[in-house]
Design a protein around this ligand. Structure first.
Ligand code: SF4
Ligand code: SF4
Ligand code: SF4
Length: 205
């Protein structure tokens, strides 16, 4: 069993619904995002590709933890707080994390955040799933692949709320899963293959 996700960058509308679903379902504190949608055109979040004025377009790249097969974050974590589960999910044990940030530097995808202060929220009641992960000051956080929802037989929140139906989910080890079939039938890429991390998130072209 290896959970994975495929994201169709042709179908992605850049609406950020996935990022907002993730933010609210996981009751993420102010300043913490597990997922962002950027473009690959340049320096800023929404920079277009191409040449001005007639050949500009945006290619959206939704980004969260890639749940790598060879996770560099796990390799460098001095306490074992970052670890890989048998189902392929790369997780963080908040009680073991000392907030040293070594994993943040080691991750080629810049998807980890250090919660530097006590978590603060814009409303005074928890948002999202009743079993959303706890948030703890001076620890590192990232996408969990919605492990709490998976335990209930549900799919990740970003999957469920994608209006472009740009996401596919399932077991990469099962050739009959939806994700395996779509990867077999479509051109795809993994981000930064040169890093040698072998992500479990695939981008369909
Ligand atoms: Fe670790 Fe980064 Fe890979 Fe996620 S994307 S498993 S944080 S190396
Ligand atoms: Fe490990 Fe936490 Fe240090 Fe990251 S910040 S390397 S998870 S102890
Ligand atoms: Fe957020 Fe869950 Fe999607 Fe990860 S899988 S980006 S935690 S909604």
């Amino acid at each position: 069993m290896r959970y994975g996700m495929a994201i169709d960058i042709e179908a992605c509308e850049g609406c950020h619904a996935c990022s907002i679903a993730c933010k609210s379902n996981n009751n993420l504190p102010t300043g913490v995002f597990y997922h962002v949608v950027t473009t690959d055109g340049g320096e800023y979040m929404d920079t277009a590709r191409g040449t001005y004025p007639d050949n500009l377009y945006r290619r959206y790249v939704p980004m969260g933890c890639q749940h790598c097969v060879n996770p560099s974050c796990v390799e460098v974590c001095p306490t074992g707080a970052s670890y890989k589960r048998e189902d392929g999910i790369v997780a963080i044990d908040q009680d073991e994390c000392i907030g040293c940030g070594t994993c943040i530097s080691a991750c080629p995808y810049d998807v980890r955040t250090l919660l530097e202060t006590e978590p603060a929220y814009v409303v005074d009641f928890p948002l999202g799933d009743w079993d959303a992960p706890a948030h703890k000051a001076h620890t590192v956080e990232k996408c969990t692949f919605c492990a709490n929802r998976l335990e209930r037989g549900e799919v990740p929140a970003c999957m469920e709320l994608c209006p472009g139906r740009a996401r596919y989910w399932g077991d990469l080890d099962d050739p009959n899963s939806e994700i395996s079939k779509v990867i077999a039938s479509r051109q795809h890429e993994q981000l930064k293959p040169e890093a040698g991390t072998d992500p479990s998130v695939y981008y369909l072209k």
